[in-house]
Design a protein around this ligand. Structure first.
Ligand code: MAN
Length: 358
């Protein structure tokens, strides 16, 4: 018997919407403030928002694509005619060649990471400037989907860097959420959803990552370890897609793994082939995270509320971080590639679901 999970969605949801964010670029509109990494810093909750800005098109037949060249600090706006059959514009996020629908040529928005700060975890003030704005050649189409893992007084932030070279994963470290140190592109393209464990296991750092395979294999979660956070190896396949399930199309790590008495609790996203995104849970062995102890058959969160079902790209809940206090997980999650929402869940209940006891 499947018992409903107790998911307490906040009444104020969505807590941050594009309207709350002032565009950084003249002639642009903010179309998304979503998929935020989360940090507890001093007495504040910080959301590392993915802000997506799009050049405003004044002609309904014209689709624009922004590209930013950091070396020259130059923003270029490319223009495409919707009637040009060489291109396909069906997915609002992308511009694709009609002859190659399994890849994209350009994105219709430029994403960067901007910080929202709050003392109560619900009412946020958004910084006037970007925290992470494209700063190298691997990021000319933007930086996306930050995850933040605290170790001591240092916060490590992983994110996707997008360019014509592919989507790779980059790492920066900060102690003050003002400046940061770039530690490199830690996972080669094409890869997404890199999430660091909050402590070493048997003397090594660990990360979950998601290669996006093209010739054979699926969009599955892998595990890697590192002596120094910069060079990663010992890759192991960890959590695969499950045909006919809510995670049949792709899976990817969500929040930094949570240490519990029963194991590392991994809260990940899974999507169907039709791009409906839910969140689910798996449990890894504390001493050897390459051992999957169990995995939820049912999701822990799925798109149900209006703001989760409708938006720029609907039917998406996408959690990248949360705050744990005792048994309570306050999970912040992107909704419909548009806004941020928050809910409270019980860790012990998630563990039960991960073990398929509820
Ligand atoms: C996917 C989506 C987009 C994202 C691109 C590049 O198509 O997640 O939102 O911009 O990949 O990462």
């Amino acid at each position: 018997m499947v018992i409903e999970m107790n998911v307490l969605r906040y009444e104020k949801n969505p807590i941050i919407t594009p309207k709350d964010v002032k565009p950084l670029h003249d002639g642009f509109e903010v179309i998304g403030a979503f998929n935020a990494g989360v940090a507890k810093y001093k007495d504040e909750t910080l959301l590392l928002l993915r802000v997506a800005e799009r050049p405003i098109s004044h002609d309904e037949n014209i689709i624009l694509a922004p590209v930013y060249y950091p070396r020259e600090e130059r923003l270029e706006i490319l223009s495409f005619d919707k009637r040009d059959s060489k291109y396909n514009f069906e997915d609002p996020r992308l511009i694709r060649l009609s002859s190659e629908l399994d890849r994209f040529e350009y994105l219709t928005s430029l994403s960067y990471i901007r910080i929202a700060r709050s003392k109560d975890g619900v009412n946020f003030t958004i910084d006037d400037k970007a925290f992470l704005y494209p700063f190298n050649d691997y990021q000319i189409y933007g930086v996306e989907d930050a995850r933040c893992t605290q170790m001591g007084d240092t916060y490590y932030i992983t994110f996707s860097s997008v360019s014509e070279k592919g989507v790779c994963d980059s790492l920066v470290a900060t102690k003050d959420f003002d400046s940061y140190e770039f530690l490199g592109n830690v996972f080669v393209a094409e890869n997404k959803d890199v999430v660091l464990f909050p402590e070493k296991v048997n003397g090594k750092y660990y990360a979950l990552h998601r290669p996006s395979l093209k010739s054979i294999g699926n969009y599955d979660i892998w595990l890697a370890s590192s002596p120094d956070l910069e060079s990663w190896g010992n890759h192991k396949h960890l959590i695969g897609i499950r045909p006919e399930n809510w995670d049949s199309g792709r899976v990817g790590a969500g929040l930094p793994p949570i240490k519990t008495d029963e194991g590392w609790l991994v809260i990940y996203h899974g999507a169907t082939e039709n791009h409906k995104y839910c969140m689910g849970a798996a449990l890894l062995d504390l001493d050897d995270p390459s051992i999957v102890l169990s995995r939820s058959i049912q999701p822990i969160l799925e798109p149900e509320a209006e703001y989760e079902k409708h938006g720029f790209f609907g039917e998406v809940v996408f959690g990248c971080g949360g705050i744990v206090e005792g048994d309570k997980l306050t999970m912040y999650y992107g909704v419909s590639d548009t806004s941020m929402a928050v809910c409270e869940l019980s860790i012990s209940e998630i563990l039960k679901r991960a073990k398929n006891e509820i």
